[in-house]
Design a protein around this ligand. Structure first.
Ligand code: UDX
Length: 454
């Protein structure tokens, strides 16, 4: 149920593994696209895998076509944040009601894939029960059970992360449903399937560990994992601030720190901070849940605060350099919240653009993939979208690298320096070569610390 990033990736991967999958989505437009073999989202390899698994895949808008006869029903509907940080569970409720009406009485495991507050599994179960009993006019006895199977896929590597995961987590208070899910994922757990030709199995992937636990624990694992990753990034950004002050090179500090196996080198890349659909939403939801138990989660709150400051810092850096932003032309390279996706949710680029516009700057934007979506989703933002990178540099007072798309890293920077009014580059992701850029005549700025000896 639901063909967003999580639902569609899960459906297509399970079909590829040999299961018979029906993807249900209420949007006729999405279903029409999918039936025509086209993915409504940009995600590497999704189209190819959908093509290979086509014989096991059906797309429909009708619950009655997907639910009856299914052994497992995955619910992967959107849970956007409400103003108080709690997720909006309206779509989850609607999905649970529709499933309750269409379940046919054979044992069905209803799996929550959407990231939902701890305890939502029980809530879904009660809605299913009410809906089933209301529709079938009889008591529901043993027909279904609710499980949680949190998703850890990253956008941009969604297929890879689903087929070759670090672990699989399943949680239910009903042993039979754990058994069903264990069987469903057997090929992934043993890595006994043939990997797609376009996505070979990484050498280091062996048997995948399974965490089989109760419902509440599985629900909390998802939040605990995402909040930890978010605070790891905020931590290195905080250290970056200090590195800046003392004249240390944050990239060396991050490397030297991350090589300690207890810390790990991933997610220590400093820059404008995290965005996307998960970290902001999940940290807010975790804090909101804790508040219900009168706990304030100080570490997670601090990670959010540091992340917001990083966005403001991008603007402050330019202000320090240019003194005045009013009337200046500033180009932003990258709109998506990270490379290899067209997802703009909670993207640092949007906040940074808004902050600059508020200070009177004239902002030019470019993204290799997300520009169209940006135009549709942010119509009120008074910035101009550029068709080419040349336009971003042309007559600009500064250019900010916000999303580290590979094509930006390979730009012929020498070609652009002469186009700019003042050749200032702010490296929002700490990925450019400061020495090289300054040799070419740029003033190189970074949010994190990096003694460039310029
Ligand atoms: C994340 C989790 O990784 C995934 O397990 C979960 O299920 C969903 O949320 P995703 O949001 O797709 O996935 O992106 P991810 O690759 O984790 O990046 C999140 C943000 O952190 C991006 O904005 C990225 O630019 C930023 N980031 C990441 C950093 O700033 N520094 C890093 O070192 C790593």
């Amino acid at each position: 149920m639901g063909t967003g990033y999580v639902g569609l990736t899960t459906g297509i991967c399970l079909a590829y593994l040999g299961h018979e999958v029906t993807c249900v989505d209420l949007s006729q437009e999405k279903v029409d696209l999918l039936r025509a073999g086209r993915s409504p989202i940009y995600e590497p390899f999704l189209d190819e895998l959908m093509h290979e698994a086509a014989h096991n895949l059906t797309f429909t808008t009708d619950y009655a076509e997907g639910v009856p006869g299914a052994e497992v029903v995955f619910v992967a509907v959107q849970t956007p944040s409400l103003p108080d940080g709690q997720p909006d569970l309206r779509f989850l409720r609607m999905a649970a009601e529709s499933i309750g009406k269409t379940i046919d009485g054979e044992f069905t495991v209803v799996v929550n894939k959407s990231t939902v507050p701890i305890g939502s599994g029980n809530w879904v179960e009660s809605i299913l029960r009410e809906s089933f009993e209301g529709f079938h006019s009889r008591r529901a006895a043993g027909e279904f059970a609710v499980a949680s199977n949190p998703e850890f896929l990253r956008e941009g590597s969604a297929i890879h992360d689903t087929l070759f995961p670090d672990r699989i987590v399943i949680g239910s208070d009903n042993p039979r449903s754990l058994d069903v899910l264990n069987r469903l994922y057997r090929a992934v757990l043993n890595q006994s399937f043939t990997a797609p030709t376009f996505l070979p199995r990484p050498e280091e992937v062996g048997a995948v560990p399974l965490v089989s636990t109760d419902l509440a624990s599985a629900e909390l694992i998802k939040y605990a994992a995402n909040a930890f990753l978010a605070l790891k990034i905020s931590y290195i950004n905080e250290i970056g601030k200090l590195a800046n002050k003392v004249g240390a090179d944050i990239n060396q500090v991050a490397r030297g720190t991350g090589l300690d196996a207890r810390i790990g080198s991933r997610f220590l890349q400093p820059g404008v901070g995290w965005g996307g659909s998960c970290f902001g939403k999940d940290t807010a939801a975790l804090i909101a849940t804790a508040a219900e138990y009168s706990y304030d989660m100080p570490i997670v709150s601090a990670a959010r605060e540091v992340n917001q400051r990083q966005r403001e810092e991008a603007v402050n850096k330019l202000l320090d350099e240019l003194r005045i932003l009013k009337g200046r032309k500033i180009g932003l390279l990258g709109l998506a919240f990270k490379p290899n996706t067209d997802d703009l949710r909670d993207s640092p680029a949007i906040d940074i653009a808004k902050l600059m516009i508020a200070r009177g700057a004239r902002v030019k934007l470019h993204d290799p993939v997300a520009a169209e979506r940006f135009r549709a989703e942010q119509p009120e933002l008074a910035a101009s979208l550029c068709e080419s990178v040349d336009e971003v540099f042309d007559d600009s007072d500064a250019v900010v690298l916000v999303t580290e798309w590979p094509q930006y890293l390979e730009l012929d920077w020498g070609k652009y320096v002469g186009l700019m009014r003042t050749p200032v580059v702010l490296d929002g992701r700490n990925v450019l070569d400061p020495q090289r850029l300054s040799r070419l005549g740029y003033t190189y700025l970074t949010i994190a610390g990096r003694p460039v000896g310029l």
